[in-house]
Design a binder for this molecule. Structure first.
Ligand SMILES: [Zn+2]
Length: 342
């Protein structure tokens, strides 16, 4: 990189060295992950080349090194960020900074630009104890069901906006490459995707905050989202064709899972719980949906439909997700007792 910078002082050489290093590190990370997956016998996609039209994030690993947060502190009303060879940029700051700014990233989303800060020494935001504990079951119909019977409704923004997005994408497919109309259509699709992403993240923040406020201890299932959302493998029937593998049914479920955004949900929940001083326990989800929470009888016939549970031994009937959430809570408390006794 030093050579490239020296040969091109007016081009590559203008930018922050540390920032370019950070980009190279990201590239290295992508290839390391790629070869690690190959080593495990998987078939990952080759890391995709990202030209300037697709390259959307630049990171500066240290505030003060090629970048400066709040670069004009004397300004009475506006916050600025200075980036090497870009200059001072006005920032629409929508909440105060907590802690000390460590890294600065600039991210492009459609026509919007975001400044993303990561901070050190962020003061904890502990909440008063409530004395309540809950197990949560994560589903598709309701994003989350708690063991005391609350259903947090899944904000299915993607499903609602899917029609608009599909229309925009069909529209885009008809445009001629290189035309002005195509550029506009690309922007429209990107804008809709970004809207869905923002709404989904907003819903996640609201749902996780309400959980963290209400309970001192939250137990959830440890989910392997990557496994659940993998594409259904085609099954050869031994002759020339393929047996139906329920790929379309599974794709529908995949879509719902991705829509619900469980991975993001758990990440946000973990951050909020840590900051609030709450205890978060992950348990093995095996059998939580088929065990009867009243008598402990385990049978897959207990679950009579997606929503209904009726125990074949004791006749206990309840909502399937509430039953599962109670089992999750119990498993978590057992795990906690075991850890305490050891
Ligand atoms: Zn029972």
């Amino acid at each position: 990189m030093k050579g490239i910078r020296a040969d091109d002082p007016g081009g590559q050489g203008r930018w922050s060295f540390s920032s370019q290093q950070a980009t190279l590190r990201r590239l290295d990370k992508a290839f390391t992950a790629f070869f690690r997956r190959i080593g495990r016998g998987r078939t990952p996609g080759f890391p995709r080349f990202k030209g300037r039209g697709w390259f959307d994030t630049v990171e500066w690993p240290k505030d003060g090194d090629g970048c400066r947060w709040d670069s004009q502190p004397a300004h009475p009303t506006t916050t600025f960020v200075r980036l090497q060879d870009v200059g001072h940029g006005r920032v629409h700051q929508h909440r105060p900074i907590k802690g000390r700014v460590k890294t600065i990233s600039v991210k492009r989303e459609g026509v919007r630009w975001y400044v993303v800060l990561s901070c050190d020494e962020v003061p904890a935001d502990t909440l008063p104890a409530t004395g309540a504990m809950a197990g949560i079951d994560m589903g598709v119909a309701s994003l989350v069901t708690t063991s005391d019977g609350n259903h947090l409704v899944n904000p299915r923004h993607l499903a609602k906006t899917a029609d608009r997005l599909a229309t925009a994408q069909r529209d885009l497919a008809r445009k001629t490459r290189g035309s002005k109309r195509r550029v506009k259509a690309v922007a429209r699709v990107a804008r809709l995707h970004a809207k869905v992403r923002r709404q989904r993240l907003d819903g996640t923040h609201k749902a996780t905050l309400s959980l963290v406020r209400a309970y001192d201890v939250i137990v959830h299932e440890a989910l392997h989202v990557a496994n659940m959302t993998r594409r259904a493998a085609p099954q050869p029937d031994g002759q020339s064709g393929f047996l139906p593998n329920r790929a379309s049914a599974k794709s529908g479920l995949n879509r719902s899972i991705l829509d619900a955004g469980w991975g993001v949900f758990l990440t946000v929940l973990a951050h909020k719980a840590e900051s609030a001083g709450r205890e978060l326990i992950a348990v093995n989800p095996a059998n939580t949906s088929r065990i009867c929470a009243r008598c402990g009888h385990s049978a897959k016939e207990n679950r009579i439909s997606q929503a209904a549970f009726r125990c074949t031994a004791c006749g206990h009937a309840t909502h399937a997700d509430v039953n599962a959430a109670i089992n999750v809570l119990r498993a978590g408390l057992a795990l906690r007792d075991a850890a305490g006794a050891a």
